[in-house]
Design a protein around this ligand. Sequence first.
Ligand code: NAP
Length: 269
Amino acid sequence: MDSDEQASMQPFRGNPNQDRPPRILILGGTSEASRLAARLAGRTDLITISSLAGRLSQPTRPAGIVRIGGFGGVTGLTWYLLKEKINVVIDATHPFATRISSNAEMACKITNVPLISFERRPWKPLEQDRWLHAPDMQAAASLVNHQHRRVFLSIGRQELGAFSDCEDAWFLIRAIDEPQCPLPPRSKLILERGPFTLDHELNLLRTESIGYVVSKNSGGAATYSKIEASRILGIPIVMIDRPLKHTTPTVAHLDEVLLRVEEFLEAES
Ligand code: NAP
């Protein structure tokens, strides 16, 4: 970054584009982000841009303007916020997407753009649930490998590498797109996109004689049926605890996010 660019990245105050509609950036890739975009994109007094990482071959496009691909770290995102004259950033990324959230926190601090962190609450175990907590994927891998059982990996495809060397267990792996890393030697891959019904999950766990489920504590309704199905069948779940994403307080409800947006925009006008 040259000195002119650095000078233009100084924090600013007030609406940077007072004669134009305020511009909202949603960092997305989740069903919450899509619901939020659907609510905001219909408004003529705002411009809403949704940002996707571009991981999926056929992403579900949110309503309104969509941009796809990384920004280029904190510097790239900072630059983007200034160039696009963004008034408010809403981080609605997945609870396990840590890098983009910490980049957003940093870029918003640098540019003085308000940040709203929209994050669904984590699931909590019910009395009948049999959860084993794992701090990360590696810990989950060694835990299930030593059980010598049939294990359902419902963790997406990005962190499957942690299980590549697990030779003692058999794995049923579910992902939306083909994984890029080596899979465990004893495994079966199914490519499917949720949400899944409870019947679907019950049928899958029964048919494949699953003895353990590995899941991130993603929260939300879209993938909760596997938790319910495991409960009904008495299958233990190795639950990966949520990582620390950033220090910004989070908002869990869409209506509260919309309220916060209004507050920020009113404060700027
Ligand atoms: P991550 O580790 O936090 O981010 C890695 C890099 O991907 C970021 O540094 C950024 O690149 C880019 N990126 C991530 N989200 C982006 C977005 N919404 N728009 C533009 N660039 C983005 O994220 P991840 O875990 O790989 O997840 C990627 C996306 O998938 C996220 O948007 C997330 O909401 C969604 N997702 C993740 C999970 C999960 O379990 N991790 C599950 C469901 C959906 P630059 O540094 O170049 O800007």
